[in-house]
Design a protein around this ligand. Sequence first.
Ligand code: KE4
Length: 429
Amino acid sequence: MSPYEKSAALFKAASELIPGGVNSPVRAWQAVGLTPRMIVRGAGARVFDVDGNSYLDYVGSWGPLILGHAAPPVVAAVAAAAALGTSFGAPTPGEVELARVLCAAVPGLDMVRLVNSGTEATMSALRLARGATGRPRLIKFDGCYHGHADSFLVAAGSGVLTQAIPGSPGVPPEIAGLTLSLPYNDLEAVGQAAGRYPGEIAAIIVEPVAGNMGVVPARPGFLEGLRQICDAAGILLIFDEVITGFRVARGGAQELYGVKPDLTCLGKIIGGGLPVGAYGGRRDLMTQMAPSGPIYQAGTLSGNPVAVAAGLATLAALTEPGTYEDLEEKGAWLARELASAAARKGVDLTVNRVGSMLTLFFTAGPVNSLEEAKKSNLTRFRQFFQGMLEAGISLAPSQFEALFISRAHTPEDLEQTVIAAEGVWARWN
Ligand code: KE4
């Protein structure tokens, strides 16, 4: 019996019923040339596939599971909430509490609205920016991914980059043409674009730590420079903190770097693995959203009580003293030891990291932009992914994604990871 026979059979069936056999493209493992494993259970830092194999997991559902899989407080909160009803289509106390927790934690949030995904969050924030400014254009950055709303599928990262899709059919040029995508970390290009379209740019949206071309931190001064350009040109600054919110600090990258955006988009961790997104920011902007203002956005299941319960339990657990110190220590140790092991084995590797999110680029580096990330050796990445999988370690199936360490990862797990990586690299020479 092949150790992955049931996964393969299920994936074959899935491919008849679901495009590419998956409900989100990156999960199809096309970039690593393997059949994706069908996961049936997670517990702590591990996941288990339908054939009974277990893996030390660094995907973490692409970021939400900062506490690890099936974290007891989250499971208990979800069960309790579900027993009271899964959705009412009415305001609930939990939504008020989650809004309070988010606004208390994230510096740029005076007000916030819950939605069901990061895509909804960024789509709504952009509509608000356009409505509030009366301007049509948007600046984003090459390799950054802000979900799959039309305006963002220009030089996007994540699955668009992994699949090498230049943009996406179905996005009218009239829409795509309003989006300017510039090199990440290139303030000069932003200043030139702002000068070229005076009075036309509604917003600049940025991942304050890029996670969708692999992890690429903002250079010192980049975020501050964006703030200054926006203030001078009447452009709204949107931080897409869907990954970084409650990941790199409790208050996200805006707390870590001390730069306050006008609008913030959140997701992933704030739902604890259930579908939650949020957008928020300055009160004078958010009050322009219906029904307090004319700019429309809505959602049947926005703020539903079960997802809100998962989010509240997750964010409560992250208030434990030492949480972010623990995540920083684990991230620093793993990045340092992987880099050392690669050097010992003569492997060209650049490890970019912020807190507990990191990427191993198979290039000598540095990697400060999409152009530099693309210099990575994708064949080496694929060999690494496959070797680590054989060693029982599950990584994001793309060079252009992040690995996530959770509170559930132990020092022994991290040691096992380094030993496995060194074993893979030893076979390369
Ligand atoms: P969702 O619509 O997938 O919840 O969020 C979109 C989004 C927005 N902004 C950022 C910075 C994001 O990283 C994402 C989604 N991230 C990808 C992986 N990097 C989700 C994985 C997938 O597409 O399946």
